[in-house]
Design a binder for this molecule. Structure first.
Ligand SMILES: NC(=O)C1=CN([C@@H]2O[C@H](COP(=O)(O)OP(=O)(O)OC[C@H]3O[C@@H](n4cnc5c(N)ncnc54)[C@H](O)[C@@H]3O)[C@@H](O)[C@H]2O)C=CC1
Ligand code: BAL
Length: 498
């Protein structure tokens, strides 16, 4: 998409109609309690809309409708080719409405229009298309068995799935979950984060237009305790896929254990290191990757580079280049397309991030926090026990830690409860591979920052992940279960053969 001017985006914003009701069984309706909550533009404090505030009663209703849809096979037993076509139609509808969705996403989350248009929307569309295209190309298996038996190993959709989403990439995380879940034939109950429900509700409308049958795609806006917990504890929901904090992830394990032992996949937080060794080549390029890793999406990213572990000999030169790159990242009105840094998602989150700036490590650059916006900030952290070195900040704050060797760097990289993502920068291929293998993280990038691609599985080790993976063919494991069908082929009267 070619970027527009701020005035043009503001005109689009003015003309938007926000979907505000829950979406259950193919229609929009108020929460059964009639309650609502305000959704706010974090860049201005303006209330954008009053959204239905669902609770356990709405979860029960959605679960029943989703179950009915799943059992009668209106989606789950369609030929995969037909599900593919509907999902591709949905992706095309999102593409047709991309500009409107990008503006809505920016208003509701504080994300820059630049990112919404250049990253979130294209990746959302690509993700849905990729899973749709995949689904009629996956074969079941036949296991080795004697000539008198055939052993079929089939993948069946897991059933009714709860998808509990975070606020940092509302559309993209929706796509990461509904792409494989709907492609596999599941019925879904989506709970967007309280802060960012609007684009998910708009996608529900588009899903209906695309031809996803009633009951298959449900959206319940509302709070974590009010909607998330009843989903986690529901006896007739077969699986939950969650992205969010480690603290809430732990709760989902408890909910499952105390209810029906539903399948649980958790994609959680990180304190992701970028290790830069003395022999790293092209420091300017390294700096560009570090800046992107740390400050893209205001650092509100589970895989954000939040610790720079740098070898002493290269530290000063690298920091100079990082500062130079960061000067090219303007902060301000998210609807101004020149800005690369927008507002944090909410005042509560702003307060949390600002609390890491108030005292402690020396500020190398940035450090200002005002009116919902936090300047990209670099901290030189000498105390390795400091909270800035250990806790997930989830904001535009990079903590720099200095080391003297690869082994020290790896030990420090692994000295965290998390294990989501990491990067290593070195010209020496042996050190790169040795480091990448030794760092305990789900994704390690070499001489770059990234999350891989839609084709590569994404998820964490340790307290960053549990269960399956998002993205790639591997994502389908979350939404399918394996059935063995063992058939005795022996003629009547033959002796049974093991
Ligand atoms: N992708 C990630 O890794 C994310 C990490 N975070 C981290 O979590 C911190 C807190 O952010 P939150 O929005 O509070 O994250 P959160 O983990 O509480 O929220 C994620 C989702 O879980 C739901 N939820 C909240 N409490 C729940 C409960 N008791 N039972 C069931 N569902 C519940 C929320 O409504 C939301 O849909 C952030 O500062 C950041 O450090 C937040 C969002 C995404
Ligand atoms: N970066 C995608 C996953 C997340 O931040 O939640």
């Amino acid at each position: 998409m070619t970027l527009l001017t701020t005035e043009e985006y503001k005109a689009i914003a003015k003309g938007l109609t926000f979907p505000t009701q829950a979406f259950i069984d193919g229609s929009f309706r108020p929460a059964l309690s009639g309650k609502t909550f305000d959704t706010v533009n974090p860049a201005t404090g303006e209330v954008l809309a009053r959204v239905a505030s669902c609770d356990a009663a709405d979860v029960d209703l959605a679960a029943q409708k989703a179950r009915d849809a799943f059992e009668d096979g209106r989606w789950s037993r369609l030929h995969p080719r037909d599900r593919k076509e509907v999902l591709i139609r949905l992706a095309k509808l999102i593409k047709r409405n991309a500009r409107e969705l990008a503006v809505m996403e920016s208003l509701d989350s504080g994300k820059t229009i630049f990112d919404c248009e250049q990253v979130d929307l294209p990746e959302t569309i690509h993700c849905l298309t990729w899973h749709a295209e995949l689904i009629d190309k996956i074969y079941d298996q036949v296991a080795p068995a004697s000539d008198n038996h055939i052993a079929m190993i089939l993948r069946e959709p897991v059933g009714v799935v709860g998808l509990v989403l975070p606020w940092n990439f509302p559309l993209l995380m929706l796509a990461w979950k509904i792409g494989p879940a709907l492609a596999a034939g599941c019925s879904v109950i989506v709970k967007p984060a309280l802060e960012t429900s609007l684009t998910t509700l708009r996608v529900a409308e588009l899903a209906m237009e695309a031809g996803i049958p009633a009951g298959v795609f449900n959206v319940l806006p509302g709070g974590g305790a009010e909607v998330g917990e009843p989903i986690g504890r529901h006896m007739d929901i077969d699986a939950v896929s969650f992205t969010g904090s480690t603290a809430t992830g732990r709760r989902f394990l408890r909910y499952a254990a105390e209810s029906n032992m539903k399948e649980v996949t958790l994609e959680m937080g990180g304190k992701n290191p970028a290790v830069v060794l003395d022999d790293a080549e092209n420091l300017d390029r390294v700096a560009a990757h570090i800046v992107n890793g740390a400050f893209w999406n205001m650092g509100e990213n589970c895989s954000a580079t939040s610790r720079l572990i740098v070898q002493r000999g290269v530290k000063d030169a690298l920091l100079d280049r990082i500062k130079a790159h960061l000067r090219e990242w303007p902060m301000g009105d998210p609807l101004d397309p020149v800005n690369r840094v927008g507002a944090l998602v909410s005042r509560a989150h702003f307060d949390k991030v600002a609390s890491y700036l108030s005292k402690g490590p020396k500020v190398v650059m940035g450090g200002k926090a005002e009116g919902g916006f936090v300047e990209p900030t670099i901290l030189d952290v000498t105390d390795r026990a400091a909270k800035q070195a250990r806790e997930e900040i989830f904001g535009p704050v990079l903590s720099v830690l200095t080391v003297d060797s690869l082994d020290e760097a790896i030990a420090l990289a692994n000295d965290t409860e998390y294990g989501l993502a990491a990067s290593i920068f070195t010209a020496n291929v042996k050190r790169a591979i040795r480091g990448a293998r030794a760092i305990r993280a789900g994704t390690v990038t070499v001489n770059s920052f990234g999350e891989g691609d839609i084709s590569t599985p994404f998820g964490g080790f340790k307290a960053s992940g549990f269960g399956g993976r998002d993205n790639g063919i591997h994502a389908h494991d979350q939404y399918t279960q394996i059935k063995t069908i063992w058939v005795d082929l022996a003629d009547d009267g033959d002796a049974a053969v093991a």
